[in-house]
Design a protein around this ligand. Sequence first.
Ligand code: CA
Length: 225
Amino acid sequence: MNILLVEDEKQLAEALAALLRKENYLVDAVYDGEDGEAYALTGIYDAIVLDVMLPRKNGLEVLKALRRAGCGTPVLLLTAKSEVYDKIEGLDLGADDYLTKPFATGELFARLRAMTRRRNEFTGDSLAFGDISLYLPTQELRRAEHSVALAKKEFLILELLLQNSRQIIPKERFIEKIWGYNTEAEYNAIEVYISFLRRKLSAVGSGVQIRAVRGVGYLLEEAKA
Ligand code: CA
């Protein structure tokens, strides 16, 4: 689970990040609204914890920009006690939940779990395209009665392709999703995993292909009969 934390009080941000990492979340912490928006728009996060009072761009403006850009990542707003109207406006703008400062960390974890669980129910157990489906609980690639287990990185790549089928996905997005935002991973590492995935697609007899778009990225295609 990948969490983006946008909070300008650095001590609070660092303390929350440390607690979340202890719970096995992957956390990126940024300290102003503009960075928050740029990181969130990468689409690699499963949830965003967004403070309202932020320098450079406030949390409500960030939220508005994200939803307008089609970014549906669940957002938990952090508000101060006096900011009653911010809560209402935030929920209207598409926040999924809010917490009033100061809060107990147990409360934050509970809200995050509920938010990401709702999202999984909403998206269901599998993603499908053409003749294949990806069964999320067991990370299996399925076609008709055939199935094959995917390794973790193969699963993450296919999941991203299926969530954005018929779109070209830049190589950077795969790298961010699999290795995180600050990584030294090379583009050819992606090519290796794409080739593994192609082998598994043909192993289940699928007509779905992963097409490379030179210099840009990859997209899923159904083979033409
Ligand atoms: Ca603040």
